[in-house]
Design a protein around this ligand. Sequence first.
Ligand SMILES: NC(=O)c1ccc[n+]([C@@H]2O[C@H](COP(=O)([O-])OP(=O)(O)OC[C@H]3O[C@@H](n4cnc5c(N)ncnc54)[C@H](O)[C@@H]3O)[C@@H](O)[C@H]2O)c1
Length: 321
Amino acid sequence: MNVLVTGGAGYIGAHVVRVLAQHGHTPIILDDLRSASYERIGDFQHEHVALEDTSKVMAVFQKYQPEAIVHLAGSISVRESVQTPEKYWANNLGAGMSLLLACARFPVRIFLFSSSAAVYGNAVETPIRENAILEPTSPYGSSKLAFEHTLHRSAQALGMCSIALRYFNAAGAHTAWGVGEQHDSEEHLIPKVIRALLTAQPVQVYGNDYPTPDGTCIRDYIHVVDLAEAHVLTLENEYLGNQHNFNVGTGEGYSVLEIISAIATRLSVTPQITFLSRRPGDPPRLIADPSALLSHVGWKPVHSSLQEIVNSAVEWELVRC
Ligand SMILES: NC(=O)c1ccc[n+]([C@@H]2O[C@H](COP(=O)([O-])OP(=O)(O)OC[C@H]3O[C@@H](n4cnc5c(N)ncnc54)[C@H](O)[C@@H]3O)[C@@H](O)[C@H]2O)c1
């Protein structure tokens, strides 16, 4: 099927595009490369279009008549969203409207949206189920939740299937495909720790007084290839109901110190750790209950052991430059 992948030149999108192609689908990348480079596009079809430009988005729909949309394009930094919330509302909610307007003119069977565990805010219970209280603690999380609501309402009116995939922490890489994590200003733990340890810099840890066994935050890390597979299996399932929110995580959590230790072991180095104060809005523990995606779609992570994530991320850091 023709699948329009917004943000398909980004970290996760590049993996989604390749897994789609592996399954025999035709991905079309819509990305204006504001936070990605041409190299990630490879030989795939690409439209250099900003989502804000509704008439160009319409033209892309007219040209390819996609059966499915995977909407990954967005602004992704929780920290930046606190400083410039308007950028997050404009891109993560406003720009996405072009897609919904286009879906009204050119019918699409299914629309997958890249949402985030950030919609849960300070989750009280873990593992987190999809029906947990939704109280985002950042404009990033609020903008994701607002698009979820808007998408589901529009999809209902249009008779389109809408799925919000709430990613936990995407990590790892597929080095053989030449794709891995590379954000403009990297804020994600695993690449930051690898880069610090490879250059003999201290690793900064925000807060060691959380109510967790070692005092550092616990997160659920999902290998980016497993995450990409979740998209493709969801698209291929024709028996899903019209609307779902699915967690995409493993159900296992690792603390910041456990991650640092796994990377240090892989690199055979002794880490120097600097403890800083907590960052505002960092919940102590975010672990998914992924059972809904398993029961509806039959998806299970197979590459997401901590060792495979760390090994692939290290391999990628060593070759990416
Ligand atoms: N990385 C994670 O761990 C994580 C976790 C939860 C949710 N997500 C969500 O997954 C999605 C992809 O994340 P990523 O890590 O691959 O980010 P990324 O920054 O690597 O990719 C985003 C891509 O979207 C493009 N883009 C952004 N705004 C655009 C616009 N208005 N028009 C056209 N292109 C635009 C960028 O050029 C980039 O290629 C995002 O929506 C993010 O919020 C990511």
